[in-house]
Design a protein around this ligand. Structure first.
Ligand SMILES: [Zn+2]
Length: 338
């Protein structure tokens, strides 16, 4: 007797199978490292990177002011680490602002690149979770004033008292509207401890920023998880800002994504343009700082989606219309297909 599997069972089996394939791909790509005493090799590499950065000043790009675009467009500017500025005709949105040079004693390799006039013009700040590289009190104090801050559940108390006009907690599925943008919080697989002895439970979110220009998905901090498919089906992101670093040692993949995970997430989302974030500033994992982008470019080339990859340097901007991308910083992007 044969039994028909329910669609739900079939979906779960597909998700589990996909996760196994990603694990296998990671093992295959790090095979050389497994032949060494892995922990020692990786931690020595990490210490060497961290020590080299301590004696080297961060590279600083000259910030350029980003004008509000014409109706029907949105400008996407990579500020650095997970900080991205989204500029619409009527609003300026900043994700996970981290503007300083040091994080937990680590010195960044590339300084945050944000024009002071644009920083003063920010209306909306999106905080994905309470880790100190994403919810940075010094950066938030710099931006405080008329802006509103959206935070995941149980994070408002960390931000209240900094001087913002409004602090709003959004749980996944909840929305907030400002001028010409609508922000929807979505689920993420991550956590929000402020330190090793902090046992408080706090939420973690991604956000979809919907505007007439395009729907932009900021994943925040997250591991690969089955939710990407649902986010894609329900909220139709055009541009996906996905984290690609902090994946070595492998245990970190429980909360972070590698380039392989990010490309799979991009595929699940059905987005048109992948903008990697979280790379190039701090050595938060054991992998070399330049490895995530090198790896990401190679995977995108292997899969024939290089034209959908938009690697922005610090301070660089790309201008997006739904289904079409053009550069304002000398980078040639192939417009993705609708
Ligand atoms: Zn985090």
């Amino acid at each position: 007797m044969t039994m028909a599997l329910s669609p739900d069972h079939d979906w779960r089996r597909r998700v589990i199978e996909r996760a196994k394939e990603l694990d296998h791909e990671h093992r295959r790509r790090t095979r050389g490292l497994w032949q060494l005493p892995l922990g020692l090799a990786l931690s020595l590499r990490f210490l060497r990177t961290a020590a080299r950065q301590l004696v080297t000043a961060p590279h600083r790009s000259e910030p350029r002011q980003v004008e509000h675009p014409r109706p029907g467009q949105i400008a996407v500017t990579f500020v650095g680490h997970a900080t991205v500025m989204l500029t619409t005709p009527l609003a300026r949105v900043l994700t996970d602002p981290f503007l300083g040079d040091f994080f937990l004693g680590l010195r960044r390799a590339e300084a945050a690149c944000l024009h002071s006039a644009d920083a003063d013009d920010v209306n909306l700040i999106l905080i994905s979770h309470a880790h100190r590289d994403r919810l940075d009190l010094a950066s938030l104090r710099r931006l405080a004033g008329r802006a509103a801050v959206l935070v995941p559940p149980r994070c408002a108390c960390l931000v209240e008292g900094l001087g913002f006009a409004r602090v709003i907690e959004l749980a996944p599925g909840q929305r907030f509207e400002y001028a010409d943008v609508e922000v929807t919080a979505v689920a993420a697989r991550h956590e929000g401890a402020r330190g090793p002895f902090d046992s408080a439970w706090r939420g973690a979110c991604g956000y979809i920023v919907r505007s007439a220009g395009a729907n932009v998905y900021f994943a925040g901090g997250t591991a690969y998880f089955s939710g990407f498919e649902e986010i894609g089906r329900r909220l139709h992101p055009d541009v996906a800002l996905l984290p690609v670093a902090g994946y070595q040692p492998t245990a970190l993949r429980a909360i972070n994504m590698s380039p392989i995970d990010a490309v799979q997430a991009f595929t699940d989302l059905g987005a048109k343009l992948l903008v990697p974030v979280g790379h190039g500033s701090f050595p938060l994992g054991y992998e070399p700082l330049d490895e995530p982008l090198r790896w990401l470019r190679q995977i995108c080339a292997d899969r024939g989606i290089s034209g959908q990859l938009a690697v922005l340097g610090h301070g660089e901007t790309c201008l997006v219309r739904a289904g079409e991308v053009e550069s304002t910083s000398g980078i040639a992007f192939v417009p993705p297909h609708c």
